[in-house]
Structure formats: C-alpha cells, structure tokens
Design a binder for this molecule. Structure first.
Ligand SMILES: [Zn+2]
Length: 391
C-alpha cells in the first residue's frame, strides 16, 4: 500500500477527482501512481484519452477512491496448510489441515479487487466491464471472479441490473460527473420502498441484464468490508480464499484488515483441529450484530442469500434448513408489516429498550478493551504467531 497523509492507496488504483481548481479536471478519473511527501500530494495520471496521459500532482482531499484490481503477480497461491472444499448447500468452504493454536495468523491475503461502497452497484459493474474491455477472459483477476458463486441470489438483482443498464444507456452522451449524478438518483430510487418499473427494460438484451445481475450477486454474496483507503471510508473487497470462508456467529477466526499491507488476515480465536472448517463473522465485531438475537442476525445475513445454521443460531433458535429461505423471506415481509402496525405501541417502550441496549454496549466496550487483541505490529512479537505462510 502507498501511504499518504491520511489516505492509503494500492498502486494502480482508480480514483475520481473532485473540487479541482481547474474545473475541466473535476469528475475525471485517474490512476494513482505514487505519493509525493515533499508536496503532500499524489502523482496521478488522467484516464480520459482527451488528456493524452497527462500526469499531475493532486491534493489528497481531491481524490475519491473508485476501485483497485490486483495485477497477476500479487495474487498468491493458497498456503499449504489451507484447503478449499465444497460442502454442499453452503458451496465452497475453507479448511485447515494442521492443528493450530489460538492467536495464530493463519491466512494473509492480498485482495483480488476492491471497490468503493459509494454508488456500489454502479462501481462494481463499471469495474467489471472495464476489465472485460482491457483484458482477456484468462486474466487472473477475472478468472478468480468467475470462480465465485452468485449465492443463488442473481434473480434478486434483475431489477437493479435493468435500472443500472437503462441509466447507463440513456446517459452515455453525458459527462462522467453528470452520469454519476443521474445514477445516484437512480440508486436512491432503487432503494425506495417500491422499486420503479423500467419502461425501457424490454429494449435491453436479457443476456446483458443477467450478466450485470450475476456480477452484482457475486459481490453481494462474497465480498468482505474493508477500510483500505482510510479508517473513515469503507470499501468492499474480494479475496480468492478469505471469501471462501463461511460465516458463523461463533466463528473460530477473527478478521483483521492490515492498512499497511492491504491484506486480509485471519487470526485463530481458539485452537483449530486438523481438518476443521475455518469460519469468520461477516459482520466482524459490530456490536449491533453480536448483541442481536438469532432471528435478527439471520435477517441481516439473509442479504447474502443464506440462513445461518451455525451452532449459536441453532442453540438459540432451532435449525432452519437452507430450503426454508423462501419461507424465511415471507416471514421477514410479515415482520415489516407487523412493525409498522406496532409503531405507536413501540414508541412508548423505546426509552427503556434503548437504555438496555446502551448498557449492553458499554459492557461490550469494556470487555473488548480489556481483552483487545494486540495491534498487528505488536502481535508479531507477542502472543500472536504466524505459520508457514506463502507470502
Ligand atoms: Zn449464526
């Protein structure tokens, strides 16, 4: 990772320029080259052919990260002690073939792709279409993307894909910033309670719509949240192996994103037995997730196309087979209606409920501070050790 004043970028990341003194550069896309500490600025190259590869220095505050794709040489092989295997309904899973103690960094992996969470659907599709234009289908990052499962939720993205393509087709003649503004409006409409119908959708090829839906579903089902650029900004990242790990509300590995190296690290939370499946929490240490009921956790996880049947959820709520997903979605819809009807009654009890929640969170914060895992720098010489990593 290249480190700047407050931001960090992978070399070769794409970013958009904002608030530029020269208005002609605002909204233009550029490639990050290097940080210039003496100027407190980043050296970037403009992408638009009309600027003929112009290279210039820009202030950090003018850069908005768009995406990054790993070059082939940064994609490492799976470490020898790990193995990917199919486990049926849950798709692929990550296994460990050695006995490993607690506190061990068991996987360290460079991302295949990282994309901004701002206008996420547009960014994910634009990145994909750009890669298809620039590289053959054998390009390692594209091959890695192809391996990901759509999680069985591609059909859920047909409407989004159709809206996205319609917007793109209608706005092709506009400038990038105007196009982004139009898509932002479309994205807001898509997240409204009643999705708009797309009158021009029939004009689009079904195959193209399905291709976009497939890309969106793969990102939704597999990506992990990271803060590669800064602690305040979040992106979604795809890792060839880390994203194969299944979720458990009682995971045996903790995830740490190292902002210095740009790598995802799995650290064992308890001893792992040879042949055991590695699991992580898709919501990390988010207390809103940790302190919710099994029903609430399953609701949050359902956007990734599965019902959590981890030991903790089974203990709390009884086992729900994968085939029950459809019924579960219906149940969620009924919950929304019930919540609306009970809104007034809830308002009276809100004060008490919030007090209880805050008390839980304070307790969590205290416990977490006391038992906080060492930061990565200290961990290397402390209780955390690394084994046979091929990096
Ligand atoms: Zn669970």
């Amino acid at each position: 990772m290249l480190r700047g004043d407050a931001f960090g970028f992978f070399e070769g990341s794409y970013a958009s320029l904002a608030n530029m003194a020269k208005a002609e550069y605002s909204g233009e896309r550029c490639v990050i080259k290097e940080y210039l500490p003496e100027k407190c600025a980043w050296r970037v190259q403009l992408v638009n052919p009309q600027f003929k590869g112009h290279v210039m220095a820009v202030k950090e505050s003018a850069l908005c990260f768009d995406w990054y794709v790993s070059p082939p040489e940064r994609l490492a092989a799976l470490p020898e002690h790990l193995r990917v295997a199919n486990v049926g309904a849950a798709g692929n899973a990550l296994f460990c073939d050695r006995n490993v103690e607690a506190g061990v960094e068991i996987l360290e992996e460079h991302p295949v792709m990282v994309v901004t969470n701002k206008n996420a659907m547009l960014a994910r599709w634009t990145l994909h279409s750009q890669m298809l234009q620039e590289h053959s289908s054998k390009y390692p990052a594209l091959l890695a993307f192809k391996e990901f499962s759509d999680g069985g939720i591609a059909d859920d993205y047909i409407n989004d894909a159709s809206t996205l393509l319609n917007t793109a087709h209608q706005q092709l003649s506009l400038t990038w910033s105007t196009f982004m503004a139009a898509v932002e409006t479309a994205t807001n409409l898509m997240s409204a309670e009643t999705p708009p119908t797309s009158p021009a959708s029939e004009a689009l090829g079904l195959e193209e719509v399905r291709q976009v839906a497939d890309v969106l579903a793969k990102w939704q089902s597999n990506s992990l949240s990271v803060n590669a650029v800064s602690l305040e900004q979040h992106q979604s990242a795809l890792f060839r192996f880390a994203c194969k790990a299944n979720h458990s509300c009682d995971a045996n590995c903790a995830t740490v994103f190292d902002m210095n190296t740009g790598c995802m690290i799995f650290r064992t939370k308890r001893p792992i037995k040879r042949g055991e499946q590695l699991t992580i929490s898709y919501f990390g240490r988010d207390p809103d997730f940790i302190f919710s009921s099994s029903k609430e956790r399953r609701k949050k996880l359902s956007v990734r196309g599965f019902v959590c049947t981890c030991s903790q959820c089974v203990l709390e709520g009884g086992e729900v087979p994968q085939s029950a997903l459809f019924m579960y979605k219906e149940e969620l819809a009924r919950d929304v209606e019930a919540a609306k009807a009970a809104a007034l009654a809830e308002a009276g009890a809100e004060g008490c409920r919030l007090k209880r929640q805050h008390s839980h969170r304070r307790a969590y914060s205290r416990a977490h501070s006391a038992a906080a895992e060492s930061p990565r720098g200290r961990a290397r010489g402390g209780s955390s050790v690394r084994i046979g990593l091929n990096f």
